[in-house]
Design a protein around this ligand. Structure first.
Ligand SMILES: [Mn+2]
Length: 337
């Protein structure tokens, strides 16, 4: 018996006008699956339609990424493209400013409709936007300051990667799992690991890894990266090819890959690494479906992106279509003042 899997991120490439309708229908259907109440599925469809329509009219290599926020907290719609950027972004966001002459018509409507709307643009590079429709009265905004995308290999229904972020006593812990290979059996391993993570997410990282190792014994196994975000630093514990990096506005400060081994089959005694995270630094955790070269010389624009947009930029620009790909980006929570 297999419990319901966490759905991967829906990907809608905007390469034709018909994709605008597909984007709206996808957002509506995911909103309904998340049981968003009342007019929320219609609002999700409007947001997706406006963002997709912008990409269709003006952008190069645009796509929407649509997914539920975890714990039934709502829905997220990300838009990413590779140009031309929006020099008139402020006017595009202003009420009443609509023109078909520039990218950005309808963004005012998007920012009014979404609970949270974040957008960054760079001339000649591209635009990234994140619209979240949250359910009212969410007590734990675990995804604030965090972003996540999990995409199956092209042609696969199921995703052999998975990831999650949880919070215990104000400290967040994230996981990225890459089930060996791809397809249904990789997905089974990844989802098994995710359930074990949710049961053990408050323990020390080596103990979480042990729980995952035991849970994955009868699966094909997985690579796993665990990250715990403290104020000022993160702890990382990993087996196999799940990488972690620290991105500050100045550059990529740290990069680590997991110890050799396969979780579920054979793992060494776990080592926990400490990674400094100065203010404004984002920790990025990703599976090997993301080309590691993205971090060789990221642009200043990329390094300054808030975590949800950084995750989208990495996935949109650097994922392999032949492998499942997951990227999770997060900053430590701000201490209450
Ligand atoms: Mn992989």
């Amino acid at each position: 018996m297999t419990p319901p899997a966490v759905p991967p991120t829906a990907f809608v490439r905007i390469d034709h006008h018909s994709a605008v309708h597909l984007a709206a229908a996808t957002a509506r259907s995911i909103a309904q699956q998340c049981r968003l109440p009342g007019a929320a599925p219609d609002r999700a469809a409007v947001v997706a339609s406006e963002l997709a329509s912008n990409l269709d009219k003006h952008a190069k290599d645009g796509a929407l990424y649509i997914q539920p926020l975890p714990l039934g907290a709502g829905l997220e719609i990300l838009a990413a493209d590779h140009g031309p950027g929006m020099p008139e972004l402020h006017r595009c966001l202003a009420d009443g400013y609509t023109t078909t002459g520039t990218l950005g018509a309808g963004l005012g409507a998007v920012s009014r409709t979404a609970t949270d709307f974040t957008i960054r643009t760079q001339a000649g590079v591209g635009t990234l936007a994140c619209a979240r429709l949250a359910l009212p009265g969410q007590p734990e905004p675990v995804w604030q300051g965090a972003g996540f995308l999990c995409l199956p290999a092209e042609g696969e229904e199921e995703c052999g990667d998975a990831g999650a972020i949880v919070r215990h006593a104000g400290i967040r812990t994230a996981v990225v799992v890459d089930g060996l290979g791809h397809g249904p059996r990789a997905a089974e391993a990844a989802q098994t690991a995710l359930r074990a993570f949710h049961a053990a997410g408050d323990r020390p990282l080596p103990q979480i890894l042990d729980s995952l190792h035991r849970a994955l014994r009868h699966t094909r196994g997985a690579a796993v990266g665990l990250l715990r975000l403290h104020a000022g630093h993160a702890q990382y514990c990993g087996i196999g090819n799940v990488r972690v990096l620290a991105c500050s506005p100045r550059g990529v400060d740290h990069r680590l890959t997991g110890q050799p081994g396969i979780v579920g089959w054979k793992i060494p005694a776990a080592t926990t690494h400490s990674i400094p995270l100065a203010h404004g630094t984002t920790a990025v955790l990703h599976s090997d479906g993301i080309d590691a070269r993205w971090a060789h010389a990221p642009s200043p624009f990329m390094l300054r992106l808030p975590p949800p947009l950084l995750a989208a930029a990495v996935a949109h620009g650097h994922r392999s279509s032949r492998d499942d790909a997951t990227v999770l980006a997060a900053r430590p929570e701000q201490r209450p003042r």
